[in-house]
Ligand binder design. Structure first.
Ligand SMILES: [Zn+2]
Ligand SMILES: [Zn+2]
Length: 393
């Protein structure tokens, strides 16, 4: 599939596919992106760029400086893979047991390298600077914050853009959603402590399992009673562990899960709602609790002006009819950490292709994208950057 307008050379496009396949074969999980960041640094140096490595542990920063002064835009790609065993049988499948690029971050890294190459070749026409940010550890949280703490947004850029290949969108479609785009991500763990007893004599103990079951049910009132009916909320308890035998009431029961929202006021109030419900239900059952409430990502909120800019760029590449502006997901993204401090936009690049069987979602062991999305992603990112900086032609 050809994009409507093509800036990138055939050589760059081929290189992007080759880099993506190489990274796909050698996936590295959070904060272990040593080979990956090494390849990134080497390719950026080969373009004549000054490169800073080890940023936020395994991140890489480099800047393409235009011939004339102007604004600075940050472009971010994440580099980490997931602890999943790949089940695809492609020539470029993962060669590392138990690890796989199942979210498409290999694509993001290769796209940003392609964009970097093109920007270097356009340097003389460029006003301002483009800061290239290759980020580790998006999946487990901490990657974006680590790079920011280590200077990724110092001095502060005027805008920040990033993209994600998107399996909910067919190849050729692009999603640019103004405002809230992806949800916050909180993880909770709760240990309920009771008193063990024989299963036949529950009155002699305090059953943490019954208590936990009530907590699981009561937590759903965060969505149904504490949030406005107009605000999205998801509360999912995903792990429960307790007990050792059918005839023993255990001492403790444990659960783990996630809460996700879009609305900032509700996000702030979540830990309070959570703790009150858990402690209240536990007290009613005569149990005590230990709560661990970990805040991973805040909602990913696209700036309206920056989204409008990205939209114009995307329309140039795929046409108005292939643009979607209403894509939202309860999935989260740590690009939100950049967007909290710098106006910007996170763009979804359609990568699904049912005619080739490329239909599996992110984090699935058979996840794979139609690689034609690399060209579209790079064009959209490049044109968004050019528009923001005002490239002379
Ligand atoms: Zn992911
Ligand atoms: Zn991802």
């Amino acid at each position: 599939m050809k994009t409507m307008v093509q800036t990138l050379t055939e050589d760059t496009l081929k290189e992007m596919v080759a880099v993506r396949r190489d990274l796909h074969q050698h996936p590295e999980t959070a904060f272990e992106e040593v080979r990956t960041s090494g390849i990134v640094a080497e390719r950026l140096r080969a373009l004549g760029l000054e490169v800073r490595t080890g940023v936020g542990r395994t991140g890489v920063l480099a800047t393409v400086k235009g011939a004339r002064p102007g604004k600075t835009v940050l472009l971010r790609a994440d580099m980490d893979a997931l602890p999943i065993q790949e089940e695809n049988d492609t020539p470029y499948r993962s060669q590392v047991a138990g690890k796989m690029h199942a979210c498409g971050h290999d694509c993001h890294t290769s796209i940003l390298l392609g964009v970097a190459k093109q920007l270097v070749s356009e340097r003389n026409d460029l006003a301002g600077a483009v800061r290239l940010c290759f980020q580790p550890a998006e999946e487990c949280g901490g990657g974006a914050e680590g790079m920011i703490a280590d200077g990724a947004i110092d001095p502060r850029p005027d805008a920040a853009f990033g993209l994600h290949v998107w399996q909910d969108l067919d190849l050729g479609l692009v999603g640019v959603t103004p405002g809230p785009f992806m949800a916050s991500v909180d993880e909770f763990s709760v240990t309920v402590k009771g008193t063990g007893a024989h299963a036949a004599m529950p009155h002699l103990g305090v059953d943490p399992v019954v208590c936990l079951a009530h907590i699981v049910t009561a937590l759903q009132t965060i969505a149904s009673r504490h949030a406005s009916p107009f605000h999205e909320v998801v509360v999912s308890v995903t792990q429960i562990k307790a007990g050792t035998a059918f005839n023993i009431i255990p001492e403790t029961a444990w659960m783990n899960g996630t809460v996700r929202v879009f609305e900032p006021e509700l996000w702030k109030a979540l830990p309070g709602h959570f703790e009150r419900i858990v402690r209240g239900v536990a007290a009613a059952h005569g149990c005590t609790v230990e709560i661990d409430f970990h805040r991973f990502n805040q909602p990913t909120v696209n700036d309206h002006a920056m989204a409008a800019l990205a939209r114009e760029a995307a329309v140039e590449v795929v046409g108005e009819k292939n643009l979607r502006d209403d894509i939202r997901t309860m999935g989260g993204e740590d690009f939100s950490a950049f967007l909290r401090q710098v106006p910007g936009c996170f763009i979804a690049i359609g990568s699904r292709n049912a005619s080739k069987g490329l239909v599996y979602g992110h984090h699935h062991p058979r996840f794979d994208v139609d690689e034609a999305c690399l060209a579209i992603g790079a064009e959209v990112l490049l044109r968004t950057t050019q528009r923001f900086l005002g490239i002379a032609r």
